[in-house]
Design a protein around this ligand. Sequence first.
Ligand SMILES: [Zn+2]
Length: 468
Amino acid sequence: MSRTRNLRASASTLVLLMLAAPIGLLAQTRVVAPKNPYSLDKDVQLGSQAAQEVERQIPLLNDREVQRYVADVGRKLAEAIPAEFQHPEFRYSYKVTDKREINAFALPGGFTYVNRGLIEAASNEGELAGVIAHEISHVALRHGTAQVAKAQKYQTLGAIAGVAGAVVGGVGNVAGQLGQMGIGAYFLKFSREYEKQADILGAHIMANAGYDPRDLANMFRTIERTSGGGGGPQWMSDHPNPGNRYEYIVKEAELLRVAHANVDPREFTEIRARLRDLPTGRSGEISRNGGGARNPSTSGMPAPSGRVDYPSGRFRTYTENNLFSIAVPENWRELRLGDYVTFAPEGGYGEVQGQFVFTHGAQIGMSQVNHRTLRQATDEYLYNLSQGNRNMRRYSEYQRESLAGHEALSIVLTNVSEVSGQTEFVTIYTALLRNGNLLYVIAVAPERDYQGYQRVFQSIVRSMQVNG
Ligand SMILES: [Zn+2]
């Protein structure tokens, strides 16, 4: 008897072991990125141009703490992308928009936007991380450009010619073309097949980063719940449910080992409380008037009068979210338009024929360039600039400079002011940042005032600090 019992006991142990072995070996679902004929650089180029367009149209949240927090969560996730989908060319970045809708989206190359409404609706950091993981999965799998390629192949849309031409040719005003057709058509709305891929890869990324993938499933439930009636949040129409979403994510979660978590739950609670106290619409000048116009916030601005006060000898420091800080004369105001900031005195800036112009002051921005040496990148930038300023002429040779600790160039140009018809001097400073973008400062003053302004411009440039 006892022998039999022993035998049975060891038999059942054996059975258990055999069951346990396959569970332990069960592979997570394999994700295969769709075919994509475009280079990785093209994703970055198109995404970056679309991002500039987006930022002309969507107000960003002007709060450094919240921005930093979301960027930290995003960085953790991007580092956890499986090696086969890690593209060093990509530039994952995370910005919080000042919008209440529960939504987030990411553009090719990694430019990711999270609505404040998503953070407010999440019940923990894992739920927020889940949606970000889903978004960056679309990026890592290159769904945006794969979709462009597909549409081009089947000629499903007549209008695709513009974008496809831009993707292939890589020249011309891609952002403008995307703007006309709606960035959403190609980069934001995905098929159910791509959705499922992003869910599964998103679950893998979460587990690698130390988040429970079931938080993603829960967040989808929340989004679906709040989408009842009223058309539902944009997120649902951009990311259609492939069916059984909750169930298959939970199932996938069971196949994954969650890495050791490194999350302090208090941080999420604090950030959400902080958001609750932040009113909407603190987001500065950009896109108060919605999209459409090239420089929405200039509409209604008078033309520059050209009568300006002399630059104050006292300087104040201006900091642009995580990007740079600079000291400018106290009596200059800042004008934040899309992807650049202009500092100018009253009377020295305004709108002429729908374009923002300035006669006195300095503009700081970053420009996407194809060339990788400072000299060539600057040539490329100047060429692009001259396309919109036909009277611009080189007045000096390049001078070596230093800008925010980077090797830099400066050059003086002459131009004919659109406002006064008089000659103005334009000094341009450029430096290549580590991310490959060209940082530029354009300093402008009329010929007659130039001597005095030159000194001010030099102080401004010397004060500049850059993150990156
Ligand atoms: Zn999606």
